[in-house]
Design a protein around this ligand. Structure first.
Ligand code: GAF
Length: 376
């Protein structure tokens, strides 16, 4: 990928670029808890967005996306927003750096990636984090600070892409470390790296190929439900909410909001249970919690779809240790904790059964936990 990007850069521009990359992410458990100030458990993966970037001495940004095969250019003022949705991520990152008093000057860039699009692996966070990290390195002598870089990506989603996301994806993409998952407290932003390399088990993603686009999905509506319930409870977020508190206001809120909040309250507890189980190397418990999360996401939070529920059923039938929808939902991947000696047979079975029902095979990605944003 590196050579391909550099070659394209040389063809288009006559300067010497620096290369940067940032990663997609997985999340072991803790879904839709980030914007409720709960805990999440993500890690960066070995699928990246990579960009060659060089200052161009003007106040214009000129970018070529190799995967989309499109060129965009824009100025750095608010009113210069580009039309292409992919370019708005880069524009947003520039604007958010400038808003915080950072420096961004004109630059040329060519980028490409291997994070599958719309699969719930956060290709957009990888893109934002790659450019946020690069522009900090190039124009701000790395003064911005990693947490702020993650916030810059998150604000880009909020202000330029229409997704009111939490901080998990950008945090994982920026902070990821090889071989380590991160348990992040999304209220205090305290985090801890957990080594994850069980001898007997591995993580496998199964991509339903149902494309998910959070901007067009009811993702923001889920967030609104949670905020309504927190408001009713007189709390800043669902972080402090308990099942008892929720039951006390049950008659004052809609059945839908009740179910959404119930899921979040239960999910918060599951992340903590999984942390303890991981420390005790109790992978059976980790797996059981993943299935519980799937059920909650499917029935209470209602962010699953037929194909993902089918993949989850196949995992149960084949005695996979843990399996669940991963990420925002409405399509994309399941994440599976599976015994290494079962993986091959499980893949063969899923290919057959899924194709029989939906006419195409899913894709399979073994998870390799890797470093996050970096200069290459
Ligand atoms: C998406 C969002 F971007 C994250 O912030 C998070 O809410 C996730 O969905 C669900 O856990 O990836």
């Amino acid at each position: 990928m590196k050579e391909k990007i550099l070659e394209e850069f040389r063809r288009r521009f006559d300067t010497s670029p620096e290369l940067y990359a940032s990663s997609g992410r997985i999340n072991l458990i803790g879904e839709h808890t980030d914007y409720n100030e709960g805990y999440v458990f993500p890690g960066a993966i070995d699928k990246v967005i990579m960009a060659a970037i060089a200052p161009n001495g003007s106040d214009m940004v000129r970018v070529y996306s190799m995967d989309i095969g499109e060129y965009a250019e824009f100025g750095l003022r608010e009113e210069d927003a580009p039309e292409q949705s992919w370019a708005r991520y880069i524009f947003g990152v520039c604007r958010e750096i400038l808003k915080r008093g950072g420096e961004v000057k004109g630059f040329d860039a060519v980028f490409a990636g291997n994070v599958p699009l719309g699969a719930g692996l956060s290709s957009s966070a990888a893109l934002e984090s790659c450019f946020a990290f690069a522009l900090d390195d190039m124009f701000n002598c790395n003064r911005i600070g990693k947490l702020t870089l993650a916030r810059i990506g998150q604000s880009t989603e909020h202000n330029y892409c229409g997704v009111k996301c939490g901080i998990m994806d950008q945090f994982a993409s920026i902070m990821g470390k090889k071989g380590k998952l991160i348990r992040l407290d999304c209220r205090s932003m305290d985090y801890e790296y957990f080594p994850f390399a069980p001898e007997e088990y591995e993580l496998l993603l199964v991509d339903s190929k149902v494309k998910h686009e959070l901007a067009d999905s009811p993702y923001n509506k889920r967030r609104e439900s949670c905020e309504r319930v927190a408001n009713k409870l007189g709390l800043p977020s669902l972080r402090e909410a308990t099942k008892e508190m929720l039951d006390r206001i049950r008659d004052d809120i809609s059945a839908e909001d009740y179910s959404r909040a119930k899921f979040v309250i239960e999910e918060k507890e599951r992340v903590l249970a999984v942390s303890d189980a991981l420390l005790a190397r109790d992978y059976e418990t980790v797996g059981r919690k993943m299935y519980e999360t799937h059920d909650g996401l499917s029935k209470d939070y209602e962010v699953s779809c037929e194909e993902l529920d089918f993949l989850n059923d196949l995992a149960r039938e084949n005695r996979v240790t843990g399996s669940r929808i991963m990420g925002g939902g409405f399509g994309g991947c399941t994440i599976n904790l599976i015994k290494k000696d079962q993986t091959e047979a499980f893949i063969a079975k899923v290919k057959e059964k899924f194709a029989e029902r939906y006419g195409h095979e899913p894709a399979f990605y073994p998870v390799v936990i890797s470093d996050g944003a970096r200069r290459v």
